[in-house]
Design a protein around this ligand. Structure first.
Ligand SMILES: Nc1ncnc2c1ncn2[C@@H]1O[C@H](COP(=O)(O)OP(=O)(O)O)[C@@H](O)[C@H]1O
Ligand SMILES: [Mg+2]
Length: 223
């Protein structure tokens, strides 16, 4: 038996031992990520857990500026590589300044989007390469892996109709319908490759059912 573990595996093992709880929420636009995070945060807080709710891009003052740059509607077309670089800059700052410190304080971190979004949107749907973007994500997030990821799966037609009722549409949401279908297929592929980490929920179900399923799964890892 060898004691040597590749750096990513070693980090995962250390994270398990430290009982860190980093939960990410992934899915297309209007899948219900923000709604579910609010509910779960409520549930955990009322049971005495310390929770940090955060999101990507964003989560830090720098990240919020990047969020604005990436999501605002603009005349200049952003190249896929530049887009990826902006998301990763936001992530690097977020992991180092906010997520890691919160995990060290034993908080449960609930994060709206993380590496899987970069892999689905930029790696697969924008064609930068799945493997390449996976590697970049590992590097910029310092190999931080979510303990559990909820992937809220929704037909983009339903997702887009939900958000168009509730708010204005950002630059990425405005992409063609075919782009959103590619993103969904990309997430499904990532989920099928990571069955241990990613819990898929049918997000077309009523909110209460989505919440119940998520809370049941969550309880199995926090108790
Ligand atoms: N399971 C659900 N069924 C119907 N509507 C939902 C459901 N989950 C969320 N919504 C509604 O859809 C809209 C988008 O939800 P939101 O949580 O902002 O999605 P996301 O953060 O994934 O873009 C909101 O108006 C929200 O109330
Ligand atoms: Mg949201």
């Amino acid at each position: 038996m060898t004691l040597w573990l590749e750096p990513k595996k070693l980090k995962q093992e250390q994270q398990k031992l430290q009982n860190r709880r980093f939960i990410t929420f992934e899915g297309g636009e209007g899948a219900g990520k923000t709604t579910l995070i609010e509910e779960i945060s409520h549930y955990l807080t009322s049971r005495g857990f310390e929770v940090l709710k955060t999101r990507e891009p964003g989560g830090t003052p720098l990240g919020d500026k990047i969020r604005q740059l990436v999501l605002e509607n603009r005349n200049e077309k952003i190249s896929p590589l530049a887009e990826l670089a902006l998301f990763l800059a936001s992530r690097a700052q977020h992991v180092e300044k906010v997520i890691e410190p919160a995990l060290k304080q034993n908080k449960i971190v609930l994060c709206d989007r993380f590496n899987d979004s970069s892999i689905a949107y930029q790696g697969i749907a924008r064609n930068l390469g799945k493997k390449e973007v996976e590697k970049a994500c590992q590097f910029f997030s310092q190999n931080l892996e979510p303990t559990l990821t909820f992937y809220l799966d929704i037909d983009p037609k339903i997702g887009m109709s939900r958000i168009s009722k509730s708010r204005t549409i950002d630059r990425i949401e405005q992409e063609d319908f075919s782009f959103h279908i590619q993103v969904r297929n990309a997430f499904l592929k990532i989920a099928s490759e990571n069955p241990q980490r990613i819990f898929v929920i049918d997000a077309s179900l009523p909110k209460t059912q989505v919440q119940q399923m998520a809370i049941k799964k969550l309880c199995s890892i926090i108790s």
